[in-house]
Design a protein around this ligand. Sequence first.
Ligand code: AMP
Ligand code: ZN
Length: 482
Amino acid sequence: MKLYNTLTKKAEEFIPHEAGKVSMYTCGPTVYHFAHIGNLRSYIMEDVLEKYLRYEGNEVFRVMNITDVGHLSSDGDTGEDKMLKGAKREHKTVMEIAKFYTDAFFEDCKKLNIKVPEVVEPATSCIPEFIEMVETLLKKGYAYEAGGNVYFDTSKLENYYVFNNHNAEDLEVGVREGVEADDNKKNKTDFVLWFTKSKFDDQELKWDSPWGIGYPGWHIECSAISIKHNGEYLDLHCGGIDNAFPHHTNEIAQSEAYLGHPWCRHWFHVLHLNTNSGKMSKSKGEFLTVSLLEEKGYDPLVYRFFCLQSHYRKSLVFSWEGLDNAKIAYDKLVAKIAALKNEGEVDSAVFEEYKAKFMAAVGSDLNTSNGITEIYNVFKAKTNGATKLALLADYEKVMSLGLLEAAEKLNAKAEAEAAEKAAAEEGVVKDEFTLKIEELIAKRLDAKKSRDFATADAIRAELSEMGVDIIDTPQGTKYTVR
Ligand code: AMP
Ligand code: ZN
């Protein structure tokens, strides 16, 4: 497939180191709060990418970390540990909130049809790996100790800014408003590998290390976890665009300094989901979650559809109106699928022709919106229902919009309603019939009581004509319908 690479700044053929095998790494969530639908836009697009690579016939081995320590309020290593902030907010321990929000994240993923990666590794379970990496960086002269912390020395690299030629303003990333600059750093862009001197004495999670008791920096997590599971050469690294600098830039710096050779070939970044007032972010406090969408009556897969309607390299503005339009389009599409009859044999020539069109669309820098157009094109194909349904099921291996399941549900609902209606109608007919029989039997009993046997016999004949046979028993008159 052709895929834009942030490193080379162009869409290029995606070629893994080993043909047919893709090693993939995704920066996982910082589990101090619920994932917002902006975070989930990134995970949805990464999921489509992974599934498309599989669809093309690759084996994909995907690794994701869970950031449960070391990610500070500012990506430039200052401020409070986000996990501690979350724990304080909820009067719980860091590990309690990590567990709670990790579970919540995977529940959201499930609702959005996002596949769980092959490896999910919390940062707190890889402390020895981080320490080994920091030790090696110190030995190789890429790191230094200052003020109790260990820092990566970015001046040791020929090209630190791998993604962009950052300007002076970009360098201010570590020194945001209200956050103090770190005087221990030799260079503004140096970053912490290991903290021992935390401004916060109540830092909950700490481990022993050659530099004293402390905790790892955020960036080292992703390098070490990726190398641990995917080895020295990584094919594809993903994340939201805010991760490109400084997080991914720092990952590249330390991974390549540690390994002594280039590390990851291809960098995939998803542009942000914005609101009218800017980027949706957890730290702003106001953000939308999957549960909130559900509370408002939206199927989470409508949000997936909303995301797939636009290209991952364009920022996407969220609005309720936009989501409503996606819902209307999604429901219409489901109804169209529900109306298809699974008739005939799959026509393999048509199937292959349309599959190639779908691959050309999505394989062109993950153009999911053209992929959706290809879904619509299936309905226009001059072929039978079986072929159309087979194509839609095939595209769903990549898009995972739950379209066929929703169509099945719609048909099952329609069938159940029709059956209910028929039963109700039948019930009315039966009741009238039963009432008539009961009325005639009662009349016959009266006739018999008044010894009017002629009338009684006439009623028996009338019932017989209606297909009803009667028999007098000590318990009263019984009847059977022929
Ligand atoms: P975090 O939980 O903050 O570590 O972020 C998890 C992922 O979501 C990272 O890949 C971020 O780059 C990404 N992300 C954060 N905010 C947004 C947003 N508004 N839109 C899309 N992706 C985002
Ligand atoms: Zn990361």
